[in-house]
Ligand binder design. Structure first.
Ligand SMILES: [Zn+2]
Length: 370
């Protein structure tokens, strides 16, 4: 992995991240392909949105279809037909989200599979081994992400455990072939965040992720954590804010120096006819759009906006035609990728402050209904 910073504006960075399966422009947004598919889209569709890199979920893929299948098919890239880079998570997030289905100790975590109740053991070594078998360009360390509402003591215990696991992941990953990122934990406490980062830095990772956010905290709380943590992170390594978020959250985090994002929001919301536009959200299920001849967003180059009216897309959603899932997902991902492209251009021309102010002003104006 090679990371080159091409320009900066304040703390924001424009960069180029070169990985085994290609280069990506940063700041970048990765759609989530939980089971080896960005739901409702094929890889060609995904690429037309401007997406350069996607995220796969280690635990889910290890359960379905399982490593035996993906391994025999030549790895995750070949299996799903995606030629660009892939980042895989480690299963750490599911340590929290499947809290009622797992038991955790210092050695690892045992899950009960959501589908068939099978027991599945994940240790730091196993999490890294699976990601290597999948062939991910960027693998993540196994971490324990405590609930946002957990008491400090619990957050500190999770942080210590995450450090031990990070050490074991680093050893198990060795020299690659891809890159391994450490994950800074520590809740919303600046001191815990600092200690977590310092422990990781002593192990030396190719990049650093900020974990344990986007799990219910307010935007100002999240931004305060970033303000305290980011100045500590090395300038020459990519920084990844896991699980964030809404368009406004991305703008705020790019301004604070984040390079990589992933979130289910554009794809999940797209499937629910909740559409992002420069002038705010269009809730296409609303009957006000029944006779609306205009596209979702006039200047959007996606197929939904180029060829169809809101009225038609409203109709497709109402009758539950699978075509609406594809078209509305394409729109939302195109919106996210164009927003990131606009932010990258603003960093290059050093007008990110104006761009962010303009973004906010436009969002407040609200979408027009015809
Ligand atoms: Zn569109």
């Amino acid at each position: 992995m090679r990371f080159e910073r091409l320009a900066t504006d304040g703390r924001a960075r424009l960069g180029c991240l070169a990985l085994g399966h290609g280069q990506i422009d940063t700041p970048a947004f990765m759609p989530v392909g939980t089971y080896g598919a960005v739901k409702a889209l094929d890889p060609t569709d995904v690429a037309t949105t401007g997406t350069q890199m996607i995220l796969g979920n280690t635990l889910h893929l290890a359960l379905r279809p399982g490593l035996e299948v993906i391994g025999r098919m030549g790895g995750l890239h070949a299996f799903m037909g995606w030629r660009g880079p892939i980042l895989t998570d480690s299963g750490g997030f599911q340590v929290m989200s499947l809290a009622h289905r797992r038991s955790i100790d210092d050695d690892g975590v045992t899950f009960q599979a959501p589908v068939d109740g099978r027991r599945f053991r994940l240790t730091p070594e196993r999490a890294v081994g699976i990601q290597q078998e999948l062939g991910s360009d960027i693998a993540m360390v196994l971490d324990q992400c405590p609930s946002y509402l957990a008491p400090r003591e619990e957050i500190e215990t999770a942080m210590r455990r995450s450090q031990l696991w990070a050490e074991r992941c680093r050893r198990a990953y060795g020299d690659g072939p891809g890159a391994l990122f450490g994950i800074v934990q520590g809740g919303v406490d600046p001191d815990l965040r600092r200690r977590s980062f310092e422990a990781l830095a002593s192990l030396g990772f190719e990049g650093y992720a900020v974990g344990g956010l986007a799990i219910g905290e307010s935007a100002p709380t999240r931004e305060a954590v970033l303000d305290a943590l980011i100045p500590l992170l090395p300038e020459d390594r990519p920084r990844y804010l896991m699980g964030v978020g809404k368009p406004a959250d991305l703008v705020a985090a790019v301004c604070r120096g984040i390079d990589l994002f992933d979130c289910v929001l554009p794809t999940r919301n797209g499937r629910n006819a909740h559409l992002f536009t420069a002038t705010g959200v269009v809730r296409l299920r609303n009957s006000r759009y029944r006779f609306d001849e205009s596209p979702i967003e006039p200047d959007c180059p996606c197929p939904a906006c180029r060829h169809h009216s809101r009225a038609y897309l409203h109709h497709l959603d109402r009758i539950g035609d699978p075509l609406s899932l594809r078209l509305l997902t394409l729109h939302n991902l195109t919106y996210y990728q164009r927003l990131l492209a606009r932010l990258r251009e603003a960093i290059r021309t050093r007008c990110l402050g104006e761009c962010a102010a303009d973004f906010e002003r436009q969002q407040r104006s609200g979408p027009a209904v015809r």
